[in-house]
Design a protein. Structure first.
Ligand code: 6GU
Length: 247
């Protein structure tokens, strides 16, 4: 997969791209990431990439021409790409969207800044607009890293065990269960006994139940679309009985 990032702040990407899963995925050749500095596509010695909004008002707007030139340079060099604009007005990002993006051959992540990008870019040069949540960030760079991280880790051969992806929070439409590692006791705090039992079926049931318990407590909205089995419904009844007893 080829990912092109278009930004006014290329340095924001250096260290996140070097480390961890994103670094490894590039080393392994699973993904190639190219950073494009919008200022390289501006005109004049001041390399101006933004301008005041028509109609007046506060803030600045990203000028259209440098973006158009940059996108055209990318498609001329690399070929056609799906262009994703990072903006607080976009569609809320989700695991589903990460899965969809992971199927693309070539992506452009266009980082908005200031009050936004010229509307003509949004209308005619982007395929998808994405927001990472209901809060305002100074620009689309951190959201681009969020999209990049969650998409790249889904590519085959990036995360060591395929199974560990299937068991992630959200993959089954539920939150993940708790995890424990050694030692068995720390500061008087113990690991739940069932995890030490060696009884794989009991462990599976415990994990599923805790996953349901957490989802019920923290994100009951997820039940609206999570596929639940008869066993899940039984476990949920047990949880409800336990909670009622605990008051
Ligand atoms: Cl994609 N951009 C900005 N500037 N703020 C955001 C966002 C994006 N998603 C949530 N907040």
């Amino acid at each position: 997969m080829d990912i092109h990032i278009v930004t006014l702040f290329p340095d924001l990407f250096t260290s996140p791209l070097k480390e961890s899963i994103l670094g490894k995925a590039q080393e392994r050749g699973v993904v190639r990431v190219a950073i494009h500095d919008l200022r390289d596509h501006t005109e004049g010695k001041h390399r101006v990439a933004d301008d005041a909004p028509y109609g007046g008002g506060v803030g600045m707007v990203l000028k259209p021409e440098p973006i158009i030139r940059c996108l055209e340079a990318i498609s001329a060099e690399a070929g056609p790409a799906t262009v994703v604009l990072l903006t607080p007005q976009g569609t809320p990002f989700s695991q589903e969207m990460a899965k969809r993006l992971a199927k693309e051959e070539r992506l452009v992540l266009l980082c908005g800044r200031y009050e936004g990008v010229d509307e003509r870019i949004r209308l005619h040069y982007t395929d998808l607009e994405v927001s990472i949540g209901d809060y305002v960030l100074a620009g689309g760079e951190i959201p681009a890293l969020v999209v990049l991280d969650s998409t790249v880790r889904l590519l085959p051969g990036v995360v060591g065990e395929e199974r560990s992806i299937q068991e992630d929070s959200f993959e089954a439409g539920l939150l993940d269960h708790p995890h424990y590692t050694r030692p068995v006791e720390v500061e008087g705090l113990e690991v739940p006994g069932v995890l030490l039992s060696g009884d794989h079926e009991a462990i599976r049931l415990w994990r599923r139940k805790e996953s349901l318990r957490r989802t019920r407590a923290r994100r009951p909205d997820l039940f609206a679309s999570a596929p639940l089995t008869d066993e899940d419904r039984e476990l949920l009844k047990e949880i409800e009985a336990e909670e009622a007893e605990a008051g």
